[in-house]
Design a protein around this ligand. Structure first.
Ligand code: NAP
Length: 349
């Protein structure tokens, strides 16, 4: 007989966990979630207890909670919400990850994660802060890197357009395209984000999709057409980019955030035939297909970062797992500039 009380006895703090209570319809609401406290179970051989410091808030989370099969199975009801995170090992039964190791992995929206060490990666803080391993040195920067260089394949002198340009991935894509010698135009919501990408990130131009006609604005700014369009948004902004392609353009389908909360199926871009006219290619990609190359790309991103050629903007929400539902909605309202992270400021053992 296993005495559960004994198993938990050596861990002094309860876990605070955000779980999926029901599947949202449209924009998630508070009652789609529940927050509870449970004891932290003792790690089994090979497992670690990780105190979660930073939780990555990602648009993809909205897809993970629909009951639709995708590149990952849906988060189950009453299961901890899936999330990438960074934290510290506070109990270890994996010799490779002693107590104190900073690790990254799918830690979930909770204060403590009990995870098999094989699913954790130790974080090299000499490359950048622990938190930046969720942003510019993490999935975000790697998405920008592989999406742009492997799929977009820009050449110096190309015109590159990126949507959600002031967001996590978009802000890095534009800077990498500038480093590759391209002319870069960002599409973002509002004058402040447009100023930010131009003046602080060095983009050549920006279009405010909330106040401008994007098709006309891109036509004026791209007289020879768009060579690489990096799409984070889908919908009407994708349509506006397709209307302005250059010959042999590459369209990178990275995300479609404008569709993630949709309750009715929206019609596709009305002008896909522009791909034919311009002999263009449109390709979807997933960053996780490039895992083997992550160390090489991360080293390159870190080098640019350390010599000030690349900025990794972040918006940090400070608090507890309770702040997660509202933080997630912030992505759809455009509250963030750069990578959105929930940092837990609870003291932990
Ligand atoms: N394929 C992959 O492997 C992969 C990996 C990571 C991320 N992604 C995708 O990449 C995209 C960007 O992700 P991220 O983490 O960098 O998020 P993010 O850009 O930091 O945040 C989302 C941004 O999207 C914009 N937005 C929200 N609703 C919009 C709408 N209806 N129309 C236009 N813009 C809207 C908002 O900026 P504004 O204020 O400018 O509206 C918001 O700040 C997402 O679609 C995500 O799913 C794909």
């Amino acid at each position: 007989v296993i005495d559960l009380q004994d198993q938990h006895a050596d861990f002094p703090q309860p876990n605070r966990i955000l779980k999926l209570a029901r599947r949202p319809v449209g924009v998630p609401v508070m009652t789609d979630w529940k927050i509870l406290e449970e004891p932290v179970r003792a790690p089994m051989p090979g497992e670690c207890v990780v105190a979660v410091d930073h939780i990555s808030i990602d648009p993809a989370m909205r897809g993970w909670i629909d009951d639709v099969s995708s590149y990952l199975p849906p988060v189950r009801l009453d299961q901890v919400m899936r999330a990438l995170g960074v934290g510290r090992v506070v109990r270890s039964r994996d010799d490779r990850l002693p107590v104190g190791t900073v690790v990254q992995g799918l830690l979930g929206v909770q204060r403590f994660a009990v995870v098999n060490g094989r699913w954790l990666n130790s974080v090299d803080e000499s490359l950048g802060s622990a938190r930046s391993h969720l942003g510019v040195l993490g999935q975000t920067g790697l998405t920008a890197y592989f999406g742009l260089f492997s799929v977009g394949r820009p050449v110096a002198g190309d015109t590159v357009v990126v949507s959600a340009a002031a967001g996590a991935v978009g802000s890095i894509v534009g800077q990498l395209a500038r480093l590759a010698g391209c002319r870069v135009i960002g599409v973002a919501g509002g004058p402040e984000k447009c100023r930010f990408v131009r003046e602080e990130l060095g983009f050549d131009e920006a279009v405010d999709y909330k106040s401008e006609n994007v098709t006309e604005a891109l036509s004026g700014l791209c007289p020879t057409g768009i060579d690489v369009y990096f799409d984070n948004v889908g919908g009407l902004i994708l349509e506006a980019a397709l209307a302005n392609l250059a010959l042999h353009a590459r369209v990178v389908i990275c995300g479609a955030i404008s569709q993630y909360n949709a309750t009715i199926v929206s019609p596709g871009p009305s002008n896909l035939w522009q791909l034919l006219v311009k002999r263009a290619t449109m390709q979807g990609f997933l960053v996780i297909d490039h895992t083997d190359d992550f160390p090489r790309a991360r080293a390159k991103l870190s080098e640019w970062l350390s010599r000030g050629a690349l900025l990794g903007p972040e918006t940090v929400v400070q608090g507890d797992v309770d702040q997660f539902p509202e933080a997630l909605l912030g992505l759809f309202r455009g509250d963030n500039v750069g990578k959105l992270v929930l940092s837990l400021d609870v003291s932990s053992t």
